[in-house]
Write a protein that binds this ligand. Structure first.
Ligand code: 2M8
Length: 443
């Protein structure tokens, strides 16, 4: 890509980010994930947005994370949506969750949902710290001082409430918590549910995006049913652990948490805090992941259904997620990629990109256009790219960087892309695709 092309992609990405920014009172604000479809602040979207903003508008990067953490619960849980504004364009909104009324840990002055998402925020906080250190070291230090207790609470929440077997493999109670909502990874664990118990509702997402690209109505009924069950126990973690009918250890979320915990340790070290507790949390994953989540037979990693005690052997991008964690050895990273190259990922005849689709083309449920069941997502490819760089797989990382940039340049800044022709799908002018384009360009 020429310097001119890089510059035009950078300008385009900054324009997308600025376009999705929502001003709140007193110079605060947040990024909507896209101009349409998602009107509120989402958890991991905000982390990615802050990474992008850290390069060109540090005040907004800081405001983004501040706004998100204003929704953090007393017990450390960081909700998957923070409702800073009213909107009638999305279901379920604050009137469904009723978190203030139902759980004393929920913040009093802002509405939130009652579930979480992948915790990438220590990584984003570190990006902001690095930028600030170059220009204003005192502010950089203040930033970490201020964020550390919040991030510590967030990680403590996961290792305390979601690590049921002390393995560093975190349990999710709803596909929305994974961030990869519609992935076929969850199909078998959801199949036994009869989603009768749910409120009357009207989904609004398909007013903005072609229904062919979004989860089916049957999937939505299950999402609403599970959210209803979570609401019924007032989002109490202990009750969820005892009775909830969907409990899966999510290998992708756990790998992201592991990487974020490495950043939390770096932050603690800058602040001269004792890191023994955090390192203890982190060692759970490193010591257990091969034993608990790796299939010797398939030589891939899988999620684990807590209720049936089975590995969920579905071919998706999650099978190599521990590359992101930084805790598996370089040879295994290479072997995982060789498996992908010969399977239904980059190696397949109909796959036009070396970016990784969310689901293998050889998986029965693969659909090139359906949300998390096939399309290429920028954030997941970015996370794998970070993992490749951390494992010193320089050549592979370089190739992935080029593929990310040419996809964004040639096909635009979309929510997701068909792996068959890289046509953009879902929401246009998508925040995290823009934000991560900036990081890839600037790295
Ligand atoms: C998608 O999820 C929301 C529910 O949280 C939805 O489909 O309505 C997912 O892609 C999720 O990962 C993302 O955070 C969210 C906003 O971009 O959209």
């Amino acid at each position: 890509m020429t310097e001119k092309e890089k510059d035009s992609l950078l300008q385009e990405a900054m324009t997308v980010l600025r376009g999705n920014w929502v001003d709140l009172k007193a110079s605060t604000g947040f990024s909507k994930p896209a101009a349409h479809v998602y009107p509120y602040q989402w958890n991991w979207d905000a982390g990615f947005a802050a990474i992008g903003y850290s390069y060109f508008d540090i005040d907004r990067a800081i405001a983004e994370l501040d706004a998100l953490f204003s929704g953090q619960w007393e017990n450390g849980m960081l909700p998957h949506i923070v409702f800073h504004t009213e909107s009638h364009d999305y279901f379920p909104n604050q009137s469904f969750w009723q978190t203030k009324e139902r759980n004393e840990n929920a913040p009093r002055d802002v509405d939130t949902s009652g579930m979480t998402q992948p915790p990438i925020h220590a990584i984003a906080a570190w990006y902001i710290y690095q930028r600030l250190s170059q220009t204003d070291p005192a502010r950089a230090q203040d930033w970490l001082d201020r964020m550390y207790p919040k991030l510590h609470n967030l990680h403590d929440y996961f290792y305390r409430e979601r690590d049921q077997r002390n393995t560093g493999l975190m349990t999710i109670y709803h596909p929305w918590e994974s961030g990869l909502d519609n992935s076929p990874r969850w199909d078998k664990s959801l199949a036994h549910l009869s989603p009768k118990e749910r409120p009357e509702y009207t989904r609004l997402d398909t007013d903005f995006v072609d229904a062919r690209f979004r989860p089916t109505d049957a999937s939505y009924n299950i999402y609403v049913h599970l959210a209803e069950l979570m609401r019924k126990v007032n989002y109490n973690d202990q009750k969820l652990q005892n009775n909830h009918p969907f409990q899966v250890e999510d290998i992708m979320l756990s790998s992201i948490l592991h990487l974020a915990t490495t950043h939390l340790i770096k932050i603690a070290e800058v602040l001269n805090k004792d890191t023994a507790e955090i390192k203890g949390w982190q060692s759970r994953f490193s010591t257990s992941v091969m034993k608990e989540a790796f299939s010797q037979e398939d030589q891939l990693f899988y999620d684990h259904d807590v209720l049936t005690e089975e590995l969920i052997r579905i071919d998706t991008i999650a099978t190599i997620a521990p590359i992101i964690s930084g805790s598996i050895d370089k040879k295994l990273v290479r072997d995982l990629f060789s498996t992908l190259d010969t399977a239904g990922f980059c190696g397949s005849g109909t796959c036009q990109t070396s970016l990784l689709p969310s689901t293998s083309l050889s998986e029965e449920s693969f659909n090139p256009q359906l949300y998390w069941r096939g399309p290429v997502w920028i954030n997941i490819n970015w996370l794998i790219w970070i993992g490749l760089k951390n494992a010193n797989h320089t050549e592979r990382a370089k190739a992935m960087k080029q593929s990310l940039l040419s996809c964004l340049k040639e096909h635009g800044i979309w929510e997701y892309y068909s792996p068959e022709d890289l046509d953009g799908i879902g929401a246009q002018e998508f925040t995290w695709s823009a934000a991560l384009a900036i990081d890839v360009l600037e790295s």
